[in-house]
Every structure is written in C-alpha cells, then in structure tokens.
Design a protein around this ligand. Structure first.
Ligand code: NI
Length: 142
C-alpha cells in the first residue's frame, strides 16, 4: 500500500454543510473516504478525455426493431470491428422497442467513434455511452 499523507482543507461553513449533507445521503462513513472518491472520479474523467486511454464501455441503444435493416446493421458494425466488441445483450422491451447493450474494449477515441456510429443509425431513439478506464491502478491510486 502506498504511503498515506494527511492534508488539511479550508472550506467555508456553507460549503462544508452542503458536502456533509451530500455524503450522508450517499452513505459515506467519513469525509476522507468521500474526498478520496471525488478525487478518483475527477482524475478518472480527466483520463477519459484522452483518446489513447484504454477503456471498456457499455453502449446502450434503445431502438424500434421495425425500422428496416437496423438489426442487420447493428450486427455488421459489431462484426466489422470484432476485436473491440466484448459482448452484447438484447432485451425485447415491448412490441416495438428493443434495448441493446454492447460492451466495447479499446482506446477511448475508437470506442467513441464506434459508439457514435451505432447511436446515429436510423431507428435508434436513445443512445448512451458509459466508459471506465482499464488501467486506473497505475496512475489514479487507491
Ligand atoms: Ni427485440
């Protein structure tokens, strides 16, 4: 385990009260753990802004399966970049709508490019990308 250093932070009362309220609602047992998580989250999102960062992503697509060829196009896009597709899950939401969750692995820039292609397909009503960096332990610390 890395050496622990103690730091002091000066905050005005109102800001601290807001922080305490937020961490209590989230279930944190103490401020230190909450501050560590905030720092990790911030460092992580900074890393994800670099296109070369290695990551995994869940791409969620809600779409109408009646739209011509959409299933086929989704399939083709995933097969054409097979190395980056880890897995996918299909759920029939109702008579018309489907949900597809596609797990991708690769560099952030490439993941975003493919995810945008998927989301922009005709018939896709909503799309969302969720990214997690895969080498956190090397730079963000625990
Ligand atoms: Ni379906």
């Amino acid at each position: 385990m890395a050496n622990i250093e103690r730091i002091g932070v000066s905050l005005d009362e109102k800001l601290l009260a807001g922080f305490d309220k937020m961490i209590a609602a989230k279930g944190y047992e103490n401020r230190s753990e909450a501050i560590r998580d905030l720092i990790r989250t911030q460092l992580h999102s900074e890393k994800l802004e670099h296109p070369d960062t290695e990551a995994v992503a869940a791409v969620l697509l809600a779409y109408d399966h009646h739209v011509t060829n959409l299933n086929k196009k989704l399939n083709e896009l995933q097969h054409s970049q097979l190395l980056k597709t880890i897995s996918s899950l299909h759920v029939h939401l109702d008579e018309h709508n489907c949900l597809e969750v596609i797990l991708l692995r690769g560099k952030v820039g490439e993941i975003n490019k493919m995810a945008e292609k998927l989301i922009s397909l005709k018939g896709v009503r909503l799309g969302h990308i969720n990214l997690i960096g895969t080498h956190e332990h090397q730079s963000a610390g625990q």
